[in-house]
Design a protein around this ligand. Structure first.
Ligand code: SF4
Length: 216
């Protein structure tokens, strides 16, 4: 995960610099946090990373963070959305509908503190890749307003998800951040698997050399 996150940061930096050269600057700033109400898709390695981070944070001033996750899961259960959110088979249209309905539940990310990311150095790939050049107030309704995202040449959540699927024989999927703990508790066998680092890196590089964007 640290390698994938560092790699993401390099790509984001380059993408943002390209926008700047074209006269467009990123309008995201600390204290905005509007995008932190969106559903954040995690590849399985990121979901494990987040679940283990939460486990660590419970021993710090973040005590009670897992309860927050549980409360959010209950809201999603009450709205009948958990199965949909964990379904890897839906089409892009259905995915968009689910993402919209999730956003309008107005659930803040459990890591959002004073409208800023409380786990900034550890935040997932999708959060790093989400940068906009449109006015920041547009993000209050990203599905109606013309939000312009900085295009990423190589979004990394999908290749990470494909890599996990190929290494474990599971189906490719993305896990919503707010369901990471629940997903982790049901997939603990995945966390026990080990591969040599060089093998993982080679497979990861071959994945990012393949098809872009989609999980499958
Ligand atoms: S992890 Fe941080 S950046 Fe990502 S949605 Fe949560 S608070 Fe926002």
């Amino acid at each position: 995960m640290p390698t994938a996150l560092e790699f993401t940061d390099i790509l984001v930096k380059r993408a943002n610099a390209r926008e700047k050269r074209k006269g467009r600057s990123v309008s995201c700033k600390a204290g905005c946090g509007t995008c932190c109400y969106q559903m954040v898709p995690l590849s399985p390695p990121e979901a494990i990373w987040i679940a283990e981070l939460v486990d660590y944070l419970e021993k710090t001033e973040w005590k009670g963070i897992s309860r927050k996750f549980g409360e959010i899961e209950q809201v999603l259960i009450n709205h009948g959305m958990v199965e949909e959110l964990l379904n890897p088979d839906y089409s892009d249209d259905v995915a968009l509908d689910v993402a919209k309905r999730y956003f309008w539940l107005k659930i803040p990310c459990p890591f959002l503190k004073d409208n800023s990311c409380g786990i900034y150095p550890y935040r997932p790939v999708a959060c790093r890749e989400y940068n906009v050049t449109s006015p920041s107030e547009y993000c209050a309704d990203p599905y109606s307003n013309d939000v312009v995202k900085v295009p990423m040449p190589l979004p990394l959540s999908a290749p990470l998800a494909r890599l996990t699927a190929k290494m474990t024989g599971a189906r490719p999927m993305l896990v919503p951040l707010t369901l990471a703990l629940s997903w982790y508790s049901k997939n603990r066998e995945l966390t026990q698997k080990r591969w040599p680092g060089t093998q993982l890196l080679q497979r990861f590089l071959s994945e990012i050399g393949g098809k872009k964007g989609n999980v499958e």
